[in-house]
Design a protein around this ligand. Structure first.
Ligand code: AHM
Ligand code: MG
Length: 336
């Protein structure tokens, strides 16, 4: 197939602009900023081994976890790209304690959007050459354009997202996103730095045979999760299922969306709220899952309906093929 028959991400964004209900071209500019920053991060991730930039930056993020140099770099690159398009009024990042206000430079552009981002998720995988990802979530601000952005602009339910997506820096680099009209995936041709539409209208198979969970924590899991794991392992019908856990949410989600499967990061006896962050990780993945015909829950409730109360809030996360998530929820309810 000649390259002319492929649609580039840039063309796709412009083509789909009119499908978007606000249709002002602003969201297109925002997505273009993410596209550009992802290419720079991709370059840095790819040369991490040789550039000797692997390692800890020496400070910790707000959750008290070690922050790696590439996290800092990716954070800065995305913030810089998003700040320059006259569209975004505020950015909140998993790597920063508080949100950042971006001031509009002219009245013509009273920046309307807030972006929440996990710039480099799964970064503990970098020094062993395993895939990492960027996750982003976009909302329209709820406060008046032209006034300082406020916390409440960020603390919106996931159902209010106008777009969400991820970049997976894997054996090939892909950007996968939704603006509420299905999910599309684009693969980067690194030789010319262009993303091409490679996975149009992505859909989770309604059920699957893969379960992804850090089983090493089994002893700390709630009874419902333990029972569901035992169900996955039982020799009956199409079971036992296959266990696959990369430890990189974006990659585990991406594989499960293509092959059919469930990802679970439950509460544990040590971390009753689980590990993953509602605003930077779970909401964007939940919107993608639902837009692809899948399902996302905290074991009992729809993720997208949860009212956020703080920026770095954590939540248990069950996400993937709809029938599998429903089955896991049944086990959770039974064990109550
Ligand atoms: P991070 O944001 O600090 O990188 O943590 C999120 C990651 C997910 O990508 C992954 O699924 C999970 O943490 C793995 O955690 P664990 O090592 O506890 O299984
Ligand atoms: Mg993360």
């Amino acid at each position: 197939m000649s390259e002319q028959t492929f649609q580039t991400l840039g063309e796709f964004i412009i083509d789909k602009q009119d499908d978007f209900k606000y249709s002002t071209g602003e969201l297109s500019r925002l997505l273009s900023a993410i596209r550009l920053a992802s290419k720079v991060v991709n370059r840095e991730v790819n040369k991490a081994g040789i550039a000797e930039i692997i390692g800890h930056a020496g400070n910790q993020n707000v959750q008290g976890e070690d922050q790696q140099k590439l996290d800092v770099l990716a954070n800065n690159l995305f913030i810089e790209a998003l700040s320059q398009r006259e569209v975004v009024c505020g950015i909140a990042s998993e790597e920063s304690d508080d949100f950042i206000e971006i001031k509009a430079t002219s009245n013509a552009h009273l920046n309307k959007y807030v972006v929440l981002i996990d710039p480099l998720d799964g970064s503990s995988n970098i020094d062993v050459n395993v895939s990492v990802g960027t996750i982003f979530s976009i909302y329209r601000r709820v406060t008046e354009p032209g006034t300082p952005v406020q916390l409440k602009d960020f603390l919106q339910k996931g159902v209010k997202q106008v777009a969400a997506g991820y970049v997976v820096y894997g054996s090939s680099t892909m950007i996968v996103y939704t603006t509420g009209n299905g999910v599309n995936g684009f693969t980067l041709d690194p030789s010319i730095g262009t993303y091409y539409l490679s996975h149009p209208n992505m859909k989770f198979p309604t059920t699957g045979k893969i379960y992804s969970i850090n089983e090493g924590n089994y002893i700390k899991f709630p009874q419902g999760v333990k029972d569901y794991i035992k169900y996955c392992q039982l020799e009956e019908g199409d079971r036992p299922y296959t266990s696959r856990y990369i430890g990189s949410l974006v990659s585990d989600f991406h594989r499960n969306m293509i092959k059919g499967g469930i990802y679970i990061y439950p509460s544990t006896s040590q971390s009753p709220k689980g590990k993953l962050r509602l605003l930077y990780e779970c909401n964007p993945m939940a919107l993608l899952a639902e837009q692809a015909g899948g399902k996302a829950s905290d074991g009992y409730r729809r993720i997208l309906e949860i009212e956020p109360t703080e920026l770095h809030q954590r939540v248990p996360f069950f996400c993937g093929s709809a029938a599998m998530v429903t089955k896991a929820e049944e086990f959770m309810a039974k064990a109550l």
